[in-house]
Ligand binder design. Structure first.
Ligand SMILES: CC(C)(COP(=O)(O)OP(=O)(O)OC[C@H]1O[C@@H](n2cnc3c(N)ncnc32)[C@H](O)[C@@H]1OP(=O)(O)O)[C@@H](O)C(=O)NCCC(=O)NCCS
Length: 210
């Protein structure tokens, strides 16, 4: 199976909401997604799709894509939006998003269809979001995660996030605390090197699976 990422569009919202309902106790409304998608200055949302064949590759990817690390290392796993088959029918198996405030990119959401977890899709999405953070000129990335959410915390730790604080009773469904995690040295050459090493490993894993 090939997994690849694309920008989220309004057409994708119902599929995203289906995964969200299986992933989070307090889902966003379709209107919230629409509002985020229309705020193109500050917000970036992506989806991961699964396909038995490689994703369509366009001839001239837009500069923003070409500039991203992800396109360089993950050519086969990033569909190019100028391709006529871009409106792909490959099902959505994950999604993620972030918004930018000053030089901080904040991950607002990330989730993978339970049937496709533990195959690198969460990592692929997180890489896509880190790329978007670079493209937006962010210096740091932050996020909140439930204290009980061990799998997500492991994913973030793997990518160099550290715990920088907590928010008491942050989640209104059960009063659970949130950990605040961040990557503060996004532009540090040592971090980029670490990221590239992780990306090479992920690329090899995705190739094997494909
Ligand atoms: C967190 C989530 C996005 C991970 O997606 P995924 O596709 O299963 O993750 P990957 O296969 O890419 O795993 C990447 C890394 O995450 C960590 N990880 C993911 N799932 C894990 C699990 N069940 N147990 C332990 N570590 C796990 C590991 O470090 C893993 O690296 P490894 O394969 O080298 O061990 C997914 O579990 C999910 O959608 N959870 C529900 C929504 C959610 O909690 N989102 C986060 C909100 S803050």
């Amino acid at each position: 199976m090939y997994y690849f990422i694309e920008p989220m569009t309004e057409k994708d919202i119902p599929a995203v909401q289906r995964i969200e309902a299986q992933s989070f106790p307090i889902p966003w409304s379709a209107n919230t997604y629409r509002r985020e998608l229309r705020d193109t200055q500050r917000c970036r949302y992506i989806v991961a799709r699964a396909s038995p064949t490689p994703p369509p590759q366009g001839k001239s990817p837009p500069p923003a894509r070409r500039a991203g690390f992800l396109s360089q290392l993950f050519g086969a796993f990033v569909a190019q939006p100028d391709h006529p088959d871009m409106a792909t029918s490959a099902p959505i198996v994950g999604y993620g998003g972030l918004w930018l405030s000053a030089d901080e990119a904040h991950v607002t959401t990330i989730a993978v269809d339970p049937a496709h977890r533990r195959r690198g899709v969460g990592e692929l999405l997180l890489n896509g979001l880190i790329d978007q953070a670079y493209e937006l000129g962010a210096a740091i990335i932050t996020l909140e995660v439930r204290v009980s959410n061990d799998s997500a915390q492991r994913l973030y730790l793997k990518y160099g996030f550290t715990v920088v604080g907590s928010r008491r009773r942050y989640y209104t469904d059960n009063g659970e605390d949130a950990l605040l995690m961040s990557i503060e040295a996004l532009n540090d050459p040592a971090y980029r090197e670490r990221l590239n090493a992780l990306r090479r490993q992920l690329y090899a894993r995705l190739q094997r699976q494909a």
